[in-house]
Design a protein around this ligand. Structure first.
Ligand code: TEU
Length: 572
């Protein structure tokens, strides 16, 4: 029954996630059980057989806590309850039970860098200078010599990741609070031990309820340089870059080790701790994920999803496959001895991979499969984002009114106010917006794709007529069954989990090629990132066994966007 019995018996269960595959559910957009147009927990519970059929081991739920939904739940106003939009604590228990009965685990998303401004902690904090929770957030007076609340009087020059300054002036007490994200997401002050211990209590609350682990939102932002110095102002920017002072800051390792010591180590059941870490370097990631240090099990790094951008995500650049290959290979090799990789191309913040790295036209199915093959044959823990297993595509919204995401809407407003042609900004949003990943899950070809009987909170992609789960499950050659086979392969083949990694053909701009080797078994993984046939020049694979994909005749010849895995044995 359980998937977790397979190749990692040798890890004693402690690092069970080495052979696991995680599936991310974005609850707003997965399945709506009550017709209000927003996905919910009973909706997810009703679709568990889809996940079980796919074979994933873990479900990571994006936030379902009470929230004003300024950032779709990444603005939490109560860490130990469920937002009525998504259901109740009893619904969460039922979801956890349903997963556990099917041998899957549940990972919750914890947003601990900031809370909502509507969280009682912040309400208390903003109520007065003398409130005991004043110091739970980052309050600072205006810049010396400037009148509080006037332009440029912010305590430092940092910009918010969601446009505008990272500081909000609060009339009541005449000070500013720091918000790296929206003004409704004030940053928590981890320097204060009371804050840290309150958050550890939250973790214990969920673990005691049967949750199996956590994905920690922007967790490398929690330790700030307490001087909060001005950042460098780059060309064309109004704001300074504060990231050197808050990304992987001075006390980050200390905080994570404390969390692990307080919460994870004493917990009796196996857990998974994933740290989302924008800007993390390979060297830092090695320290964060070194099991001997007791911090996190794996991190989400961002290097490979920033290669197709210039100064910011709103400055798209053509992707050079050689740079992508080099980056992936560097992380594969860099975390081979110590630490562990997470593997992803998609999540709720990224455009759809098949549209971004592949081809979402005539070669969509081939490209979606090839991207899956390549990713899942790397060493690490693969993450599948809902709809990725169907080869879902970008949204193609062509009016600002269709966009829901605060990041996209704020950027549009700011860019247009700054004089940029709205049509140009819309083009950028169409390519880069997070809403590309947030359109409803496409279950079938009915109205609203079987997502809701009501009016969906965000438009359904019209291509659900052809791209949907019902059709994919019925078709043995679908993207879905390809993912299912890749997941099964990880569960049954030790070389996929443990084999070492060697990049081949680093200078080839079209083909990703690498080997995985464990003892006498070697795999060759090939992916054609182009619209025409290619045949990479590699020796020694004649007569190899085809493990993934098809091949008639020449084992090395690849159709457009085709992926393939070959296996050979070294004897003697
Ligand atoms: O995202 C962190 C982050 O810095 C980026 O992914 C950012 O959201 C954006 O995509 C940059 O273009 C995490 C969550 O995944 C995201 O959904 C939240 O909005 C954000 O933190 C704040 O909690």
């Amino acid at each position: 029954m359980t998937h977790l019995t397979h190749v990692d018996a040798d890890e004693g269960g402690e690092r069970w996630w080495k052979s696991a595959v995680v599936y991310q559910v974005y609850p707003r957009s997965f399945a709506d059980s009550d017709g209000d147009g927003v996905g919910d927990l009973p909706g997810i519970t009703g679709r568990l057989d889809h996940l079980h059929r796919l074979g994933v081991d873990v479900v990571w739920l994006s936030p379902v806590y009470p929230s004003p939904q300024d950032d779709n739940g990444y603005d939490v106003s109560d860490y130990t309850d469920i937002d009525p939009t998504f259901g109740t604590l009893a619904d969460l228990d039922e979801l956890a039970d349903g997963l556990h009965r099917r041998g899957m685990k549940l990972v919750m998303d914890l947003v601990f860098n900031h809370s909502s401004d509507e969280h009682p902690w912040f309400q208390a904090s903003r109520s007065g200078h003398d409130d005991p929770k004043r110091d739970w957030y980052w309050w600072r007076p205006a810049r010396p010599g400037m009148a509080p609340g006037t332009p440029g009087a912010e305590p430092n020059n940092w910009g918010s990741i969601f446009s505008g300054p990272a500081w909000e002036f609060d009339e009541a007490t005449g000070e500013y609070y720091l918000h790296l994200f929206s003004r409704k997401q004030p940053d928590l002050n981890w320097e204060n031990p009371a804050v840290r211990h309150a958050l550890y209590d939250v973790m214990r609350f969920w673990l005691d309820r049967g949750v199996d682990g956590f994905r920690l939102d922007v967790i490398n932002f929690i330790s700030k340089d307490v001087r909060l110095p001005d950042g460098h102002v780059g060309p064309g920017s109004r704001f300074g870059d504060g990231s050197p002072y808050f990304m992987s800051g001075p006390r980050i390792h200390e905080f994570l080790q404390e969390m692990h010591r307080e919460v994870i180590a004493p917990h009796r059941r196996p857990t998974l701790l994933v740290g989302e870490m924008p800007g993390v370097t390979l060297e830092e990631a090695r320290a964060f994920t070194d099991p001997a240090r007791g911090e996190v099990d794996m991190v989400f790094q961002f290097e490979h999803v920033q290669l197709d951008q210039g100064t910011s995500k709103w400055d798209p650049q053509p992707l050079d496959l050689r740079a992508l290959k080099a980056s992936l290979a560097r992380w594969q090799v860099g975390l081979a001895e110590r630490g562990w990789n997470s593997l992803y191309l998609n999540n709720h913040d990224q455009p759809r991979a098949v549209s971004r790295f592949g081809n979402d036209g005539t070669h969509r199915v081939a490209a979606a499969k090839m991207l899956a093959t390549v990713l899942h044959l790397h060493r690490g823990t693969p993450f599948v984002y809902q709809g990725e297993e169907l080869g879902m595509t970008n949204a193609a919204f062509d009016r600002i009114e269709s966009f829901r995401d605060i990041e996209s809407r704020n950027h549009f407003a700011e860019a247009v106010a700054g004089g940029t042609d709205p049509a140009h900004v819309l083009d950028l949003l169409q390519e880069r917006s997070r809403d590309n990943a947030r359109t409803p899950m496409q279950w079938d070809d009915s109205t609203n794709a079987g997502f809701t009987t009501g009016t969906p909170w965000i438009e359904v992609n019209p291509n659900h007529a052809a791209i949907n789960a019902a059709a994919a499950v019925a078709d043995p050659d679908s993207v879905f069954h390809h993912y299912r086979r890749l997941i099964e392969l990880r569960h049954t083949d030790r070389v996929v989990v443990h084999g070492d990694f060697t990049l081949l053909l680093p200078d080839d701009p079209r083909v990703h090629a690498f080997t995985r080797r464990l003892d006498d078994v070697e795999l060759l993984v090939l992916g054609n990132f182009g619209d025409t046939r290619v045949r990479p020049d590699l020796d020694g694979w004649a007569g190899a066994e085809v493990l993934v994909g098809a091949a008639a005749g020449d084992l090395l010849e690849l159709d457009p966007w085709e992926g393939r895995v070959l296996r050979r044995h070294h004897r003697g």
